[in-house]
Design a protein around this ligand. Structure first.
Ligand SMILES: Cc1ncc(COP(=O)(O)O)c(C=O)c1O
Length: 417
C-alpha cells in the first residue's frame, strides 16, 4: 500500500494520517471471572491458604522452564526480593541501566545498596556489557540487566562478564515477557529475575510481580522476604532480617493465572505488528526503528524509533506534537519521563531517606555520566503497539511518521512507504 506523504500536516489543517479509529481491545474476560469466582467461593484471599497464587507460580515456572517462581505484590517488590535474596552487604554497588523504571532502583536503595548507572547502546537503548565493565569496582555486588521496551539486552556479554567477575546477574524483565535472546527466554538466564504485572504490562492483574530462579537458596530467601521474614513452612515466627509484606492476594493470583494463558498470543501478535512497522519505517529517510539484534524476538512492550537530526529539522518534541496531531499517540520522553534516572531528584539530592543521605553519602550523579542515554532523550520517540491493532493501524501509523518526517526533512523527499 502507498500513501501520500506530501499531504499537508494535520497540525496545519491537512487530513489526519490516522483515518480509522484504533480498535478497542479487551484484556479481561471469562477465564478471569471463573478464577475470581473460585477464589470467592474458597472463602480465603490469603495466598498461603489459597490455591491461585500457587497455581500461578507453578504455571509460570513451567512456561519458562524454571525451577521456582515466587509471586508478589508488584514488579518493584519482585526486583526488591531479587536484590535482597543476594544478601549483599550494605554499601555494595548494583550496576544497572541509565534508562529504566524507578521500580528497578527502589529495592536497591531500601537494601542500603548504591545504584551505579551504565550507558546504553545507541541503536537498542539497552545497557551494554562494555559500559558495565567500565563501572565495576571492588564494591560492585551485582549487575541488573533491564530488557528495555521488550528487547533483550546482550545476555551473552553479561553472562560472560558475570562468569569472569563472579558477579550475580539479575534480569529485570518487567517489560519483557516471552522475549527471546538467541533461543532463550528473557528471565531464564540471570541468577534471579523479576517480572511486573502492573496495568501497563503485556499481562496484568492491576498490580503484581513474579520472580524466577533455579536456585533453592534464592527461592527460600525471596519467599520469606515477601512475608516479613516469617518462616510459615517451618511454623516459625522469628524474623532474622528486615523484610516487608509483599504478598500477592488470591484475587491478583486468579487474574494473573488467567492472563498467563494469553501471554504468548499477546507477544506473538505484538511481534508481528512491530516487525511490520519496523519494515515500513526502514524506508523513511530520517527515521531509524530500534534495532533488533540477530536472534532476538522483540516483545514490543513499547515501539521506539530514532530521529536522524542531521536529516530532520526539528526537535523530538516538535516531531512528537506533529505526529500526535496526525492521530498517532506517541511520547518524546522514553519511559523515564524525559531524563536518565540518575538525574531524578532522589539521586541529585541523595534524598532516599529523610534527614540522611544514606545510602548515597559522597555519591555524585550528574550530567555527562551516561552521554548516550542523555542524548537519547533528544532523538527517540516512543509509541505503543497493542496486540489488537490491525495491519491498517500499522499502515496509518507509518503514514503519519512518513508525513511528519517529510515535512521536517532538510532535503526534498520522494519516498513512499
Ligand atoms: C523495567 C521495570 N522495572 C520495574 C518496574 C516496576 O514494576 P511495578 O510498576 O509493577 O512495580 C517497571 C514498571 O514499569 C519496569 O518497567
Amino acid at each position: 500500500m502507498s500513501f501520500d506523504v506530501a499531504e499537508q500536516l494535520a497540525l496545519h489543517g491537512g487530513p489526519k494520517a490516522k483515518r480509522t479509529p484504533f480498535p478497542k481491545g479487551k484484556r479481561h474476560g471469562e477465564l478471569e471471572k471463573t478464577y475470581l469466582n473460585e477464589v470467592i467461593d474458597s472463602d480465603t484471599l490469603f495466598f498461603y491458604m489459597g490455591t491461585k497464587v500457587r497455581a500461578l507460580e507453578k504455571r509460570f515456572a513451567e512456561m519458562c522452564g524454571m525451577k521456582h517462581c515466587i509471586a508478589c505484590s508488584s514488579g518493584t517488590a519482585a526486583v526488591h526480593m531479587a536484590v535482597a535474596a543476594l544478601e549483599l552487604p550494605v554499601g555494595r554497588e548494583v550496576i544497572t541501566s541509565a534508562i529504566t523504571d524507578m521500580g528497578s532502583l527502589t529495592g536497591v536503595l531500601y537494601q542500603g545498596l548504591v545504584p551505579v548507572f551504565a550507558d546504553v547502546d545507541p541503536d537498542t537503548l539497552n545497557m551494554t556489557p562494555e559500559a558495565v565493565r567500565q563501572k565495576i569496582t571492588p564494591k560492585t555486588g551485582a549487575i541488573m540487566v533491564v530488557h528495555h521496551a521488550g528487547l533483550a539486552a546482550d545476555m551473552d556479554g553479561f553472562l560472560a562478564l558475570g562468569r569472569e567477575t563472579g558477579l550475580p546477574i539479575i534480569e529485570d524483565c518487567a517489560q519483557a515477557y516471552r522475549c527471546l535472546y538467541r533461543g532463550r527466554l528473557a528471565g531464564t538466564m540471570g541468577a534471579i529475575n523479576a517480572f511486573s504485572l502492573n496495568h501497563f504490562k503485556h499481562i496484568t492483574c492491576g498490580s503484581g510481580g513474579m520472580i524466577l530462579t533455579n536456585d533453592d537458596k534464592l527461592r527460600y530467601h525471596s519467599s520469606i522476604f515477601l512475608d516479613k521474614c516469617y518462616q510459615r513452612d517451618e511454623g516459625i515466627r522469628d524474623p532474622f532480617f528486615l523484610a516487608p509484606n509483599y504478598q500477592m492476594t488470591e484475587l491478583q493470583g486468579a487474574v494473573a493465572l488467567a492472563q498467563l494463558e494469553k501471554v504468548e498470543q499477546i507477544v506473538a501478535a505484538r511481534n508481528r505488528l512491530g516487525t511490520r512497522l519496523d519494515a515500513l519505517l526502514a524506508t523513511i529517510p530520517g527515521i531509524a526503528p530500534q534495532k533488533t539484534p540477530e536472534g532476538c524476538r522483540h516483545g514490543y512492550f513499547l515501539f521506539l524509533f530514532r530521529l536522524d537530526l542531521d536529516r530532520l529539522r526539528c526537535t523530538s518534541r516538535e516531531f512528537s506534537e506533529a505526529l500526535a496531531a496526525e492521530g498517532v499517540p506517541n511520547r518524546a520522553r522514553l519511559i523515564t519521563g524525559g531524563m536518565p534516572v540518575y538525574l531524578y531528584r532522589i539521586f541529585q539530592h541523595r534524598s532516599a531517606f529523610p534527614g540522611s543521605e544514606f545510602p548515597l553519602e559522597g555519591r555524585r550523579y550528574g550530567k555527562g555520566d551516561c552521554p548516550v542515554a542523555e542524548d537519547a532523550f533528544e532523538r527517540w520517540i516512543t509509541m505503543n503497539i497493542y496486540e489488537h491493532y490491525t495491519d491498517t493501524d500499522i499502515q496509518e501509523m507509518a503514514h503519519g511518521i512518513a508525513k511528519v518526517a517529510r515535512h521536517f526533512s532538510r532535503a526534498p523527499s520522494t519516498t513512499q512507504a
